[in-house]
Design a protein around this ligand. Structure first.
Ligand code: NAD
Length: 335
């Protein structure tokens, strides 16, 4: 088992994920450019470091949870980044849980695999028999992947949002060498309920942006249908009941209904506060668009969804939950 885990990016998601790592007994070292949040963790007894490079010095595994591709690239390859230091780094495993595009993930993964490990893990500890055996078992899993002397990067973005990050019930979608995924699983399980292995490097990122594309489009479809229904004289509650027992049912209709008053405990019932911000959905659609363009994939629904979410953000809804897109289709009286 890995014991020393570095964590970079202590925002809405990362701060909660760190709490769960600490609860699970990992020795965690953190970094964020926000000094206030670093102070908060130091006061809780968690070690904080000034740079990603310093975090790497103290960690066998480093997890990043950052806003976007450029931030992740900077934390890995920038001045004082994780990969600084004569191309030999200490962490055997680097896990990026940010939502970024698969192409950037693959570039960073290549940079990681061009590094060497600072210490051969098999000869890591000469004085402590127990640690030596544990270290060796991790090495053997990486040896099996034919890559034992190299550090490995996994992309492991998450689904579930802030509440799931807090409760430790996130879903991880993981790309990278399978044996590294197996070695990482206990760490992922301390922050999430489910992890799905998606294949080689970048496939976790690809799964995440495709999931969010499907979620964006189904939310738009559900919102348009519920708005049209009201204009045709059917209440949103009645139409929701019909959708949820018919072929139109989806997560947006039965678990995250966008019409105020139809469902309790969802963002639409509290003026679209909390939840998953429209600006994050717009960001993820931009990632999907860029990725689709790079592989020459035609994507008419991405373009339409992008256009609508961009407009929602420009109209001042950028921090509201993405289900507020119902307002784009319906400006009449709520339920
Ligand atoms: P956030 O903006 O709350 O947190 C990001 C943190 O990264 C901040 O504390 C910021 O100070 C820090 N940071 C930025 N640049 C840095 C740098 N160069 N070095 C060190 N720290 C740096 O974002 P979040 O909501 O925690 O989301 C993080 C990632 O998770 C994003 O990619 C997002 O798309 C994804 N995600 C978010 C949610 C959600 O519901 N919030 C759900 C699933 C996935």
């Amino acid at each position: 088992q890995f014991q020393n885990v570095g964590f970079i990016g202590l925002g809405n998601m990362g701060s909660r994920m760190v709490n769960n790592l600490v609860k699970a007994g990992y020795k965690v070292t953190v970094h964020d450019i926000n000094r206030d949040v670093m102070k908060m963790f130091t006061e809780m007894g968690v070690s904080a470091r000034e740079t990603p490079y310093q975090v790497a010095q103290d960690s066998e595994v480093v997890i990043t949870m950052l806003p976007s591709s450029s931030h992740v690239m900077d934390v890995y390859t920038g001045t004082n980044g994780l990969l600084l230091g004569e191309n030999a780094i200490r962490p055997a495993l680097l896990i990026d849980s940010s939502t970024i595009d698969p192409q950037t993930t693959r570039k960073i993964s290549l940079a990681v695999s061009n590094c060497n490990l600072k210490e051969k893990r098999a000869s890591f500890c000469s004085s402590c028999q127990q640690v030596e055996i544990i270290q060796f078992s991790i090495v053997s899993s990486i040896i099996d992947a034919g890559n034992w002397e190299k550090p490995v990067m996994l992309d492991a973005p998450v689904s579930g949002g802030v509440l799931a990050a807090e409760a430790g019930t996130l879903t991880f979608m993981v790309g990278g060498p399978k044996d590294a995924y197996v070695a990482a699983r206990p760490i992922l399980q301390s922050m999430g309920r489910t992890s799905i292995y998606c294949g080689g490097s970048g496939n976790g990122s690809a799964a995440k942006i495709c999931n969010n594309l499907a979620m964006a489009v189904s939310m738009l479809g559900t919102s348009e249908a519920l708005a049209l229904g009201q204009s045709l004289g059917i209440s949103a509650s009645t139409l929701t009941e019909v959708l949820n027992t018919s072929s139109g049912r989806c997560w947006s209709s039965d678990a995250y209904n966008p019409v105020p008053g139809v469902m309790k405990g969802v963002p639409s019932s509290r003026d679209y506060n909390g939840g998953f911000a429209s600006k994050l959905m717009a960001k993820d659609l931009n990632l999907a668009a860029a990725s689709a363009e790079e592989v020459g994939h035609k994507s008419p629904l991405i373009s339409k969804a992008q256009e609508i979410y961009k407009k929602m953000c420009e109209e001042g809804h950028e921090t509201k939950d993405f289900s507020c897109v119902f307002r784009h289709f319906y400006n009449g009286k709520d339920e």
